[in-house]
Design a protein around this ligand. Structure first.
Ligand code: SF4
Length: 355
C-alpha cells in the first residue's frame, strides 16, 4: 500500500496497525503531508464547522518538584526565577479572561505541593461560582486518585496530562529515576475513570524518540481515546540537560496533528504555542492541518517570561486582550472564526456541565 492509500485507510477505518504506522512515518513526503492535512481539515470542519475554540491559560506557579530533563522549570534549574500567583490573582486573570470572551480556563503549573488539593479545590470552586458557564481545565501533573476525584467534585471539567511517550524505555531517557512511566499511565486511566475530559500527548522530536516510539504513541492514542491531544514540537531550553539537542520537526508535528484528527475526528486538538514559536504562522498551519483549539495566555504580564518550558516562547509580551485579538485576526485570515463557548468534547454530557 502506498502512503496515500494508508492515509485513506486511516480516514475510513480510524485504524492502522503498527507496521503500517511505521511505514507511513518512515517514508512520508511533503505531498503526503498535504494530502493528510487536507483530509484532516475537512474532517475537522465536518465536526466543528469553521469554528475554533479558545482556552485561556493561567500559569499560576512555575515551582516544580520534578526534574524532567527537557523542561525549563525543572527543579534543578537555578536560573529559573520562581513565582506563585495568589488565589486572588488567579481569579482576576479569569475575570479578565471572561470579559475577553474566554469560557474555558486552563490552570497550569509545575508540580507545586504548596498548592494543596484543599487550596486547588477552593480556587476551582471559586472560579466556577464566579463563572458558572465556564469550564475549568487542570494541568497540574500527577496526583493521587482521591485528589483527582476531589478536584473533579469541586468542579474541574478537564485534565491535561501528556503521556510524553508510550514507550517506558524512552520515558526513562527523558526523566530521572524517581519518575515512573507506569504511574503516569495509571494517572491517565484514573482521570478518565473519574469522568474528566482527559488530554494526553507527546513532544514531537523529543530526544531519543524513534519512529517506532511515535507509532506506539499513535496506537496508545487509539486505545486510550483521549478527549484532547496536546502535541507540540520539542524545543530545547538552554538550562536543561537537553540544551544541545535538536528541536523537533515542525512538519512532523503538523503531520501527526492530521493523523490524530483522522483517527479521532471528535478530538479537541490544539495548535500549540510551541508551533507558533517555531514559525510565526505555526498556529494557522496547525488549524489547516486539523487542529481546532488555540490556547492563548491569560497569565499576568509580569510572570509570563518566567514560565518558560522551552526557549523563545512567543506571546510573553502581549496583554491578554491583544493576544485574543491577534489570534482572532490570525484565524480570520485563514477563514476560521474564534467562538465564545466552553468548547466541550462532543461526548460530554451536557447536563453535567451545569454541575
Ligand atoms: S515537565 Fe512538568 S513535571 Fe516535568 S519538570 Fe516541567 S513542570 Fe515539572
Amino acid at each position: 500500500m502506498n502512503n496515500k492509500e494508508l492515509i485513506d485507510l486511516l480516514e475510513k477505518t480510524r485504524h492502522l496497525d503498527r507496521q503500517q504506522w511505521i511505514a507511513l512515518l518512515e517514508s512520508y513526503t511533503d505531498e503526503d503531508r498535504a494530502y493528510a492535512a487536507h483530509k484532516a481539515a475537512q474532517t475537522a470542519v465536518k465536526v466543528f464547522g469553521k469554528e475554533i475554540f479558545i482556552r485561556g491559560i493561567v500559569e499560576f506557579s512555575n515551582v516544580c518538584r520534578n526534574d524532567c530533563y527537557y523542561c525549563g522549570i525543572r527543579k534543578s534549574n537555578a536560573n529559573c526565577e520562581r513565582y506563585r500567583l495568589t488565589k486572588e490573582q488567579i481569579l482576576d486573570c479569569c475575570d479578565a479572561g471572561y470579559e475577553y470572551g474566554f469560557r474555558t480556563f486552563v490552570l497550569q503549573s509545575g508540580e507545586d505541593k504548596s498548592f494543596t488539593t484543599d487550596k486547588l479545590c477552593d480556587i476551582v470552586g471559586s472560579i466556577k461560582k464566579a463563572h458558572p458557564d465556564c469550564a475549568v481545565t487542570l494541568s497540574v501533573g500527577e496526583l493521587e486518585y482521591e485528589d483527582y476525584k476531589r478536584l473533579f467534585d469541586a468542579g474541574a471539567d478537564r485534565y491535561l496530562l501528556r503521556h510524553e511517550t508510550a514507550n517506558p524505555e524512552h520515558y526513562r531517557k527523558l526523566h530521572p529515576s524517581d519518575m515512573s512511566w507506569q504511574r503516569r499511565m495509571d494517572c491517565l486511566k484514573q482521570l478518565k475513570e473519574i469522568g474528566y475530559q482527559t488530554g494526553c500527548g507527546m513532544m514531537v522530536g523529543a530526544p531519543y524518540q524513534t519512529v517506532e516510539d511515535i507509532a506506539d504513541d499513535l496506537m496508545f492514542v487509539e486505545r486510550f481515546k483521549p478527549e484532547m491531544i496536546g502535541m507540540g514540537p520539542f524545543i530545547p531550553h538552554k538550562d536543561t540537560p537537553f540544551k544541545d539537542k535538536p528541536a523537533g520537526s515542525y512538519e512532523l508535528t503538523l503531520f501527526l496533528i492530521s493523523l490524530c484528527r483522522l483517527m479521532l475526528p471528535d478530538c479537541l486538538i490544539p495548535a500549540t504555542t510551541a508551533l507558533g514559536t517555531i514559525r510565526p504562522d505555526g498556529r494557522e498551519h496547525g488549524v489547516m492541518a486539523g487542529a481546532n483549539v488555540i490556547m492563548p495566555n491569560l497569565s499576568p504580564m509580569n510572570v509570563r517570561k518566567k514560565y518558560l518550558l522551552y526557549d523563545g516562547k512567543i506571546c510573553t509580551g502581549d496583554e491578554s486582550a491583544q493576544c485574543r485579538a491577534c489570534l482572532e485576526r490570525r484565524m480570520e485570515s485563514i477563514g476560521y472564526k474564534v467562538i465564545i463557548t466552553r468548547g466541550d468534547h462532543k461526548s460530554y454530557d451536557k447536563d453535567s456541565s451545569l454541575r
